[in-house]
Design a binder for this molecule. Structure first.
Ligand code: AMP
Ligand code: ZN
Length: 464
């Protein structure tokens, strides 16, 4: 067990040596998806980094308990506690039940993570399954005098906490209800909803009785409740995208520290930088919001995307472009080819050389999860003339416990569904003697990296 992991803690704004709450164990809570739509490649970057963090601890010999929550209620279209519930809105738009919506998008997300070789969390808690626990925490906050009621809900009074906003370094002056800020009946603009009343009970699909009235929980309360339910009153690491710092995580801290009375409630806060497209955060509204399935349809292997994510440190924004993805796919293919080649070697291994390399690798990843430097180090090892092929292979497979790039897996070539469909369409065109169309489709198939071969049992699609 190494005790030398150093992580940048958003709370203290410095790199710190990681000391767990319980020796040898680490609990990680990661804010998960709001399951009202598909998760794009920007969202997926965050979850691959969660996975790398977990693998870092596993590589260091820790027992890891990892929780990713599923937000299936209470996340409104605006961070200011107004607007529509995202899941409810998607349900009425698609003419489905809220449950159908959340199950559908959650399952796709889960499959995407699997394709990206992300280790499943120990628990996937859903907000709708923890309503009673949320009501209990709100009752505690009420008893301690942190709440007040307005006509639309129960709110947390942020002025009651001296250190409110410490995660984001928010200034106290900002808390006063400014004249220019529309805050409705809230006392301070940073106050936030713990419980929202249904406007007209019986209209929403997801609503519950509570001591304050029929309604649904605010977004932040779910993460306080579910993280502490599964990981205890003090948590080792809490992660999420960087936009969560000023509102969502700030409010999680406020209600948890006020309610549970443990400070700090979370020891290490880690925030991952965004995936960008043409210089801007990838999002549905701004563009670049490709899905993993879109990339697969273009002939990319999900592992190429994982490789691309790994080329940047988690605190640095990463620009996505198809050129970058091509570069990553080529590098990944080259890596796999080299390993397939050197796998066959039977050289005598020098343990001392290997221990030295492993130690250096550990130092790199333990320095704030430096995946880009670690990847460069793997390439250095493969080029290192003082190591023989058997040593190189063993080291690469060992490092892959951290990378999760499936470096030991034989390439399994699966023909994507769209390519299969194109091959069928080409057959149809040939039957109809539409040679021009048939040739066009064949060219498209070739471009995607596949070839068509005539066999006795008909046309087969193969990887080029
Ligand atoms: P959401 O489903 O919108 O709550 O997002 C799920 C996670 O994806 C959150 O932790 C976000 O911070 C993260 N996320 C959203 N957009 C991006 C992006 N462009 N790059 C990286 N992470 C993102
Ligand atoms: Zn959260």
């Amino acid at each position: 067990m190494s005790d030398s992991i150093r992580l940048y803690n958003t709370l203290t704004r410095k790199k710190e040596i990681f000391v767990p709450v319980k020796k040898g164990h680490v609990g990680i809570y990661s804010c998960g998806p709001t399951v009202y739509s598909y998760q794009h490649i920007g969202n997926l970057r965050t979850f691959v980094y969660n996975d790398l963090l977990k693998r870092l601890f596993l590589y260091n010999g820790y027992k890891v308990k990892h929780i990713i929550n599923v937000t299936d209620v209470g996340h409104l279209t605006s961070d200011a506690d107004i607007g529509e519930d995202k899941v409810e809105r998607a349900a009425s738009r698609e003419g489905k039940t809220a449950k159908e919506i959340s199950n559908y998008y959650f399952n796709i997300f889960r499959q995407d993570l699997k394709k990206l070789n992300v280790i499943e969390p120990d628990v996937w808690p859903r907000a709708t399954e923890h309503i009673n626990e949320m009501i209990s925490l709100i009752k505690i906050l009420e008893k301690k005098g942190y709440t007040y009621k307005t006509s639309d809900g129960i709110y947390f009074d942020t002025s009651k906490l001296k250190d409110y906003g410490k995660l984001a370094g928010l200034k106290k002056e900002g808390l006063k209800a400014g004249k220019r800020v529309a805050i409705g009946e809230k006392k301070h603009n940073t106050d936030f909803a713990l419980w929202k009343f249904s406007e007209k009970p019986g209209v929403r699909q997801q609503e519950w009785n509570s001591p304050w009235g029929v309604g649904f929980p605010g977004w932040h309360i779910e993460c306080s409740v579910m993280s502490s339910k599964y990981l205890g009153k003090q948590i080792d690491v809490h992660t999420g995208g960087q936009e969560h710092i000023p509102v969502h995580h700030t409010n999680e801290i406020a209600q948890s520290e006020a309610g549970y009375g443990k400070k700090p409630w979370v020891k290490y806060w880690m925030h991952f930088a965004w995936l960008l497209f043409e210089g801007e955060k990838i999002s549905k509204s701004r563009g670049g919001a490709y899905l993993l399935s879109d990339l697969e349809e273009e002939g990319y292997n999900p592992m190429s995307l994982r490789y691309l994510y790994l080329t940047a440190h988690y605190k640095k924004p990463l620009n996505f472009s198809f050129d970058m993805l091509d570069y990553a796919q080529n590098a990944y293919k080259r890596l796999k080819n080299i390993l397939a080649e050197i796998k066959k070697a039977h050289d005598k291994k020098n343990r001392k050389n290997m221990e030295r390399a492993k130690k250096q690798f550990l130092e790199i990843i333990n320095d704030d999860l430096n995946s880009s430097k670690a990847l460069a180090y793997l390439w250095d090892i493969l080029r290192d003339n003082s190591l023989n092929n058997s040593e190189k292979y063993e080291l690469a497979i060992d490092f892959d416990k951290f990378f999760g790039l499936e470096l030991d897996k034989e390439e399994k070539i699966e023909v994507p569904a769209n390519v299969k469909k194109m091959a069928d369409d080409r057959e149809e065109a040939r039957k109809n003697k539409d040679w021009k169309k048939a040739d066009e489709i064949r060219d498209k198939i070739n471009k995607l990296g596949f070839v068509l071969e005539d066999t006795e049992r008909g046309v087969k699609v193969k990887k080029r």
